[in-house]
Write a protein that binds this ligand. Sequence first.
Ligand code: NAD
Length: 248
Amino acid sequence: MFRLDKKVALVTGASRGIGRATAIAMASSGARVVVHYGKNRDAAEEVVKIIGDAGGEADIATFDITNSESVEAEIASVEKRHGRLDILVANAGIAVDGLALRLRDEDLDLLWQTNVRGSLMAAKSALKTMLRPKQGRVIFVSSVVGEMGNVGQTAYAATKAALLGAAKSLAREFASRNITVNVVAPGFIDTDMTAKLSDEQREQLTKIIPLGKTGSPNDVAAACVYLASDAARYVTGQVLRVNGGLYM
Ligand code: NAD
């Protein structure tokens, strides 16, 4: 429904889960997609193949999002290769769960470096490429827990809440350049990240979700496609919640 023809989109963490679904959805909406991965090249190549088999265009980029120099260099090389970068979906992230009294410095540091610093450095590099053409879309993938909190997720929730403040600030800073910056905040989505939940936890969870079920990566991908499309040209600094009503 929403088209991204002639756009170049970089999706971080696109070898699996929400990033994978978003890369495939953006390609099927007409974008040329750069499938970023951290470790699993075979999985990223499979995503490129799925896109190619469906008649779309995609290639691969790799960098560790905690390494700012490599983030900057690789995003610059995406722009060089494609001549432009219109859309960044800063999706790559990690969850380290644990009760607050057991929080460890190293977990806090890793969560911050990955979820916040990694996403912001990717955004900074992408925004640089969007300045001159005076157009661009940055989408941060946050989480429902960044807004509502969750037992055992203090540190993770803090990093996801940080993205909301960052996105709103960037939205204001880059609005005059016709660049929008928004957040997609997924609820509980069936991916590797949530696969560790026990059946009991899953049952408890679905009880408190008004729509009565967990979401699929495609539900989040659709929100990203919308925010990247011309239909969302007047939407910036917003949080689009894809959570089955879990938080309103
Ligand atoms: P996932 O674990 O399947 O995917 C995360 C991706 O990020 C992986 O491809 C991983 O390789 C990549 N990544 C992590 N650290 C990296 C690093 N240092 N360098 C490069 N790549 C790195 O998880 P997912 O469920 O698909 O989650 C995607 C995003 O959505 C995450 O930011 C997550 O916090 C968020 N989210 C997920 C859910 C959910 O229920 N699954 C809910 C809310 C938010």
